[in-house]
Design a protein around this ligand. Structure first.
Ligand SMILES: NC(=O)c1ccc[n+]([C@@H]2O[C@H](COP(=O)([O-])OP(=O)(O)OC[C@H]3O[C@@H](n4cnc5c(N)ncnc54)[C@H](OP(=O)(O)O)[C@@H]3O)[C@@H](O)[C@H]2O)c1
Length: 289
């Protein structure tokens, strides 16, 4: 099987590396030089354009920042879809909204390409260790064909139904993640103002059943006030909450808390924190008070 991987950022570079470690012969592409050097030294072939990257591939994985990036790389006359082999599979792992995934499914069908949406749960460490969980939508047989490769990059691949269902579940996960980060940040800031010890709060609060367990992983950055070890860029969290609220609008579901949370991430991004880890929301809220 010829496999291609497009988008070698924080996540994509690590996912591609796990395919190479599993002896997959891989052709890769990234818009900028990015993190491709190490992959090439391990045997990946670097393509000059998205079209070159996908030519002849049986399965194409993509891990791009947002819908606009996926559109720029795949759609249109010059896009990668037009150069893909008829009958090949495109598994888009980027976090995008379900209606965008459905559009990708339609564009793919027009080119005789089999599309699955395959976003992932898990961050930089899970991508590096091959411990991601894939949420997939699409035809069962297409999922089955791509599953062995997803299992090289993750420990679980779930088939949830038709195209768009993977993206739908991913929206839910990240909208909870964003709100939990905001709740934890505000709570710690309040605790400090009430005279409680910050270190105690950062180590004790994440152990309580009332809070999301992932907050443990963010406590050290919050303690030292350094958010430069980026697992998940804050600008992408803003994008994800935006896409979740857009999805809610499309199905006429009020999303009071998430909309408020979206504006917090928007303000933090405007304050120049977009490429810090998303836990920098704590820093932004601290400055604000
Ligand atoms: N980091 C996480 O913890 C995490 C976890 C789960 C899911 N995700 C999702 O995974 C995706 C990638 O995230 P990441 O953390 O790897 O982000 P990242 O490091 O910012 O990488 C983004 C990738 O998208 C490419 N890109 C952006 N705009 C583009 C455009 N207009 N045309 C072509 N390529 C473009 C970038 O290319 P350049 O290198 O040239 O900029 C890079 O390869 C996002 O959808 C994110 O929401 C992230």
């Amino acid at each position: 099987m010829n496999i291609s991987f497009l988008g070698l950022g924080i996540m994509g570079s690590r996912m591609a590396n796990n395919l190479i470690e599993n002896d997959v012969s891989l052709r890769v592409w990234n818009r900028s030089e990015g993190l491709s050097k190490e992959l090439i030294s391990k045997g990946a072939t670097l393509a000059a354009t998205p079209s070159e990257a996908v030519t002849g591939a049986d399965i194409v994985f993509s891990m791009l920042s947002k819908p606009e990036a996926v559109e720029a790389v795949f759609f249109g006359e010059e896009g990668a879809l037009a150069s893909m082999k008829k009958g090949a599979i495109w598994a888009d792992c980027s976090t995008v909204n379900p209606s965008f995934s459905r559009r990708a499914g339609i564009e793919s069908k027009q080119q005789n390409i089999r599309f699955i949406d395959a976003p992932v749960a898990g961050s930089k460490a899970a991508a590096g260790d091959g411990n991601l969980v894939f949420f997939c939508g699409g035809e069962a047989q297409d999922f089955k064909q791509a599953e062995p490769y997803m299992e090289m990059m993750g420990n679980k691949a779930m088939h949830l139904g038709e195209v768009g269902q993977g993206a739908s579940l991913k929206m839910l996960v990240n909208v909870m993640l964003a709100q939990s980060m905001a709740v934890f940040s505000e709570t710690v800031l309040l605790g400090e103002k009430l005279g409680l010890d910050r270190d105690m709060l950062l180590s004790m609060l994440p152990t309580l059943p009332v809070i999301a367990p992932f907050t443990k992983l963010k406590a050290e950055a919050m303690r030292i006030g350094d958010y430069s070890d980026v697992n998940f860029p804050l600008e992408h969290m803003h994008k994800d909450v935006h896409l979740a609220t857009l999805s809610a609008y499309e199905v006429d579901q009020p999303l009071h808390m998430a909309n408020a949370c979206k504006e917090l991430f928007s303000s933090a991004k405007q304050a120049g924190m977009g490429r810090l880890d998303f836990s920098a929301l704590h820093k932004y809220l601290g400055q604000d008070s």
